[in-house]
Design a protein around this ligand. Structure first.
Ligand code: SF4
Ligand code: SF4
Length: 71
């Protein structure tokens, strides 16, 4: 089964404003125990919106880095 990469949410920074829950276009984020969690990882399209709109910068997406050899 492939590993699903999802944004990470730092609970220490999160103020529970709810923006990521209400703005995620695919409803991949929901509340669990009063904290936002990627509850439907397969629905996450990795669009980056939650990272962009979080006022606390509590959400991070991993990006792949390609190293290109100069010829
Ligand atoms: S947008 Fe950021 S601060 Fe607001 S609930 Fe989501 S993770 Fe927490
Ligand atoms: S990256 Fe996009 S689809 Fe995934 S949880 Fe964030 S807002 Fe939703």
């Amino acid at each position: 089964m492939p590993t699903q990469i999802t944004p990470t949410i730092d609970r220490k920074l999160c103020t529970r404003c709810g923006k990521c829950v209400s703005e995620c276009p695919t409803q991949a984020v929901d509340w669990i125990d009063s904290f936002p969690v990627i509850t439907r990882p397969m629905d996450c399209t990795y669009c980056g919106l939650c990272e962009e709109i979080c006022p606390q910068h509590a959400i991070s997406l991993y990006y792949s880095i390609s190293l290109k050899k100069n010829s």
